[in-house]
Design a protein around this ligand. Structure first.
Ligand code: HEM
Ligand SMILES: [Cu+2]
Length: 846
């Protein structure tokens, strides 16, 4: 990248030309209007705001449930709510806070912020964000609303079997939890894919990885964690629902199953989850602390290393939630030590913040107050966490109010209060108006006092023997005083939240303030999303981590359109795609426009999950067909479109292509990353198979028939043939051999379908009965999973063939074929592992 030749931008000196460009941009990015069509919007500035408000509303709802619980517990032997209702209250409160508030809130805020942080016009797949939002809304209302029908889940937020798998002990609630939340997990993974591709491919020219704003680094780290943490839980959900709906005994000890498998799959997700909800707060601090210290953050590489280190470590810690389950001593020692180790990167991040404040000229402001105050609360929670990470201590405190105190200190200090800080910091960016500093400060101190009054006494009541998850307690225990204090504290806290809500409600009546009111140095403050949905006026060339502070005339140059893509001359929504490491501009991508399809797809997919809950399988199947139809329409009309010209000039003498295929394209990355998540879920199932095998001497049972060897080997052969055909088709097609490629794809479809049949033929022909024992059940699950993926593979191959026949794919424009080849790589790998496991492994192991 060289300095701009003056001649390049002569036209930008003419105000009339600039005004015409702005008019075109405004026209192209105009939000849809009308009472219905406004909801078909896909632009990140509005979808992100809906998403944020919805997550906030779910948080308030879960908070009201907590207030009901605290009212019940205020005095001993109270009968405000029944034991059964109390079980629903704490389960729904915990589940909503974790699945409908903490994780989605991070994704929602990131959807708003990421394009501004990167100077991109939108995220790479705007329609995917809209789909994620509608899924979230539908699933959340379904799960949260169940309490009004006395049908909410009641097995605790981690749903341990056998209590929850026995349909005589837990009603519909367990299905609502499993299916409703699985649906939301799917949308969380979709948002994670979007965010990862956004960070990797949509940075502005010049923003190498080491110049990226720290919030974007954390988005990358946390989204990758979501990508690997949620799929094992989804795998667990699949097994769980098969046990509940079909009676397959995965967690039923009487038929060879094992309830501990659920605990493993849950906590492989559940522990990283703790950091998934905590790292975003650190990310907010990393943005606002330099602003209020008015200097660069010290130790940028340390922060990045600490974030990545925390992510890695957090996947090795899950067993500390299972210290009381009688695991081998050596693994206790290992997981205990690892649990202590994770305190180190967390400490590093906090020290970097302190050092930065120390070295800067601190501007004491409301957001900073929230940051510092929440760190204080979080630290107390961290200290009790270090205590319960010591296995013998945990055996004492396990399942008491000590744990409730610990987890709320961590979650309120690590998630809730920092988010309020972020709210005060970023509200002016999103709305152009500041919130009230005064109300913010008062609210902070009310919440601070309330949180300590509510949760500090719980340490004491817990150590005095008050168990968690009880709806009442006898007066003789003498815990009335501590509990009353907790209840008063909880209502005080709610009062603080109410103040914030009032402050938000007053905002629309307040006048607009200046842009960048905190005098921040990072790029996001140049957008004014409340007026212009295109983001930034021109996409800048980045040379510093704090370009507004460091780069000469930066703001003026951006605003006068002197950087890249200052115009929308073809009337299309566009953003710049850059290379992953060094952010060289390599493409102008055309982005999705408003459409009902994302909403329809979410409704169709949601109906599959919801109808299954009520055992309406035929209707659910119809919903599945509708989902497929929606997805295919979406892809056919909205992706890999052949542009009207190959290249386009984007200013400063630079011309880049309008179409990319293969590993440089964002679509390819989305496919690859989605397949990583899919492979992780599959690994969860395979983990289950080998878990039974290592733990249980009678797995497989000595007299059990397996799926045989012939059919699994045949299925492997057919999948490999189909995979080979697709790979060769891709190569031949790129060299112009369109007819040969089509023939190969036709053969591929046949081979994939044959592999599907062969895979199911194994357990079918040997008559494996999945209800009799866990061994046939897990064999069937692996076979069905692989067969279902083969089915999707055949659809992908047919789709590509149809694209070619319809002239929507040519040797030059072949993204579809390259993307499905990625799918076929993963399909082949899945089939290989699955069929070797079920067919060949018993032969080797016996
Ligand atoms: C002032 C605000 C809050 C109050 C008063 C409160 C109160 C409670 C109460 C009374 C319980 C039940 C304890 C038991 O019976 O075992 C509980 C459980 C729980 N809370 Fe909160 N809570 C608050 C905020 C939060 C937040 C912000 C989160 C997460 C982001 C959260 C996550 C949880 C979880 C995960 C559980 C465990 C549920 C279970 O045992 O299955 N809470 N909370
Ligand atoms: Cu943990």
């Amino acid at each position: 990248m060289t300095a701009p030749a003056a001649a390049d931008h002569l036209d930008q000196n003419d105000p009339a030309i600039r005004a015409a460009q702005e008019a075109r941009l405004r026209e192209v990015w105009k939000p849809p209007s009308g009472w219905f069509f406004r909801w078909t919007d896909v632009n990140n500035n509005r979808v992100g705001v809906w998403y944020t408000l919805t997550a906030f509303a779910f948080m308030l709802f879960a908070g009201v449930l907590a207030l009901v619980m605290r009212a019940q517990l205020a005095v001993p032997e109270n009968d405000l709510v029944s034991a059964n209702t109390f079980n629903q209250l704490f389960t729904l409160h915990g589940s909503m806070m974790m699945f409908l508030f903490a994780v989605p809130m991070f994704e929602a805020v990131s959807i708003i912020l990421l394009p501004q942080l990167l100077g991109a016009r939108d995220l790479p797949f705007p329609r995917l964000s809209a789909f994620g939002y509608w899924s979230f809304l539908i699933g959340g209302v379904f799960v949260g609303g169940s309490i009004f029908f006395n049908a909410a889940p009641d097995g605790g937020w981690f749903m341990y079997p056998p209590l929850t798998t026995r349909t005589d002990l837990s009603g519909l609630g367990a299905d609502i939890w499993m299916l409703g939340l699985s649906f939301i997990e799917v949308s969380s993974v979709a948002a994670a894919v979007e965010l990862i591709v956004g960070v990797l491919k949509c940075r502005p020219p010049g923003m190498r990885l080491n110049l990226m704003p720290l919030y974007a680094w954390y988005i990358l780290v946390v989204a990758v964690m979501i990508l690997f943490a949620f799929p094992p839980l989804i795998a667990g959900d699949v097994l769980f629902e098969m046990e509940r709906l079909l009676g397959w005994p995965f967690f039923d000890a009487a038929r060879g199953g094992d309830p501990l498998l659920w605990q493993h799959l849950f906590w492989i997700f559940g522990h990283p989850e703790v950091y998934i909800v905590f790292l975003p707060s650190i990310a907010l601090f990393a943005m606002l602390i330099p602003t209020f210290a008015q200097r660069h953050l010290l130790g940028y590489p340390w922060i990045v290393l600490a974030a990545v280190g925390t992510a890695f470590l957090s996947f090795g810690l899950w067993v500390h939630h299972m210290f009381a389950t009688g695991l081998p001593k050596i693994s206790l020692a290992f997981f205990s030590a690892a649990s202590e180790a994770v305190a180190i990167p967390t400490g590093i991040q906090i020290f970097v913040f302190i050092a930065t404040l120390w070295a800067g000229r601190v501007v004491w402001s409301t957001p900073l107050l929230y940051a510092v105050g929440s760190l204080a609360i979080f630290t107390i929670g961290g200290l009790t966490g270090v205590m319960v990470a010591v296995a013998p201590f945990d055996w004492q405190a396990h399942d008491t109010y000590f744990i409730v105190a610990h987890l709320h200190y961590v979650l309120i200090g690590g998630t809730l209060l920092p988010l309020f800080g972020g709210l005060y910091y970023y509200w002016p960016l999103v709305t152009g108006k500041k919130l009230s500093d005064r109300i913010g400060r008062i609210a902070f101190w009310v919440m601070f006092a309330g949180a300590n009054l509510a949760f500090f006494p719980m340490h004491l009541s817990g150590l005095a023997g008050m168990p968690r998850r009880v709806f009442t307690y006898p007066a003789e225990l003498g815990l009335g005083g501590l509990n009353m204090a907790s209840t008063i504290g909880a209502y005080l806290f709610a009062g603080g939240v109410l103040l914030v809500v009032i402050d938000l409600a007053l905002s629309p009546a307040r006048p607009k303030g200046p842009r960048n009111p905190w005098n921040a140095g990072t790029l996001e403050w140049l957008a004014h999303p409340e007026d212009e949905s295109w983001g930034i006026r021109s996409v800048p060339l980045i040379e510093s981590r704090y370009p507004i502070w460091d780069q000469k005339d930066f703001v003026a140059k951006v605003d006068e359109g002197r950087f890249f893509l200052p115009d929308a001359e073809e009337g299309r929504r566009e953003t710049i795609v850059t290379s992953v490491l060094d952010a060289r501009p390599i493409q102008v991508a055309r982005l999705g426009t408003p459409s009902v399809i994302p909403m329809l797809t979410a409704i169709a997919l949601g109906s599959v999950f919801i109808l299954t809950t009520y055992h309406l399988y035929w209707l659910a199947l119809a919903g599945g067909v509708a989902t497929l139809a929606c997805v295919l329409t979406w892809l056919w009309t909205g992706t890999a479109e052949i542009p009207e010209k190959p290249c386009k000039a984007i200013g400063r003498g630079l011309t880049v292509p309008l179409y990319l295929s293969g590993p440089s394209a964002s679509g390819w990355w989305a496919m690859f990353i989605t397949m990583l998540a899919d492979a992780t879920a599959f690994s969860g199932l395979v983990f289950g198979y080998y878990f039974y095998w290592t733990i249980h001497p009678d797995f497989p049972p000595p007299d059990a028939a397996g799926p045989g060897v012939f059919w699994p080997v045949a299925a492997i052969g057919l999948t490999v043939a189909s995979w080979g055909a697709t790979v060769v088709a891709r190569e031949v097609h790129a060299r112009g051999g369109v007819a040969v490629a089509r023939a190969l794809l036709r053969f591929g479809v046949m081979a994939t379908l044959a592999s599907l049949a062969a895979g199911l033929a194994g357990p079918w022909t040997t008559g494996l009965d999945p209800n009799s024992h866990v061994y046939p059940a897990i064999v069937w699950v692996l076979a069905i999973w692989t067969a279902a993926h083969a089915g999707i593979g055949a659809i992908c191959q047919s789709y590509t063939l149809a694209r070619s026949l319809a002239g929507r794919m040519t040797p030059e424009y072949d993204a579809d074929l390259r993307n499905i080849t990625v799918y076929m790589h993963f399909l082949a790998l899945t089939a290989l592992v699955a069929y070797c496991t079920i067919g060949l492994f018993p032969e080797v192991a016996s």
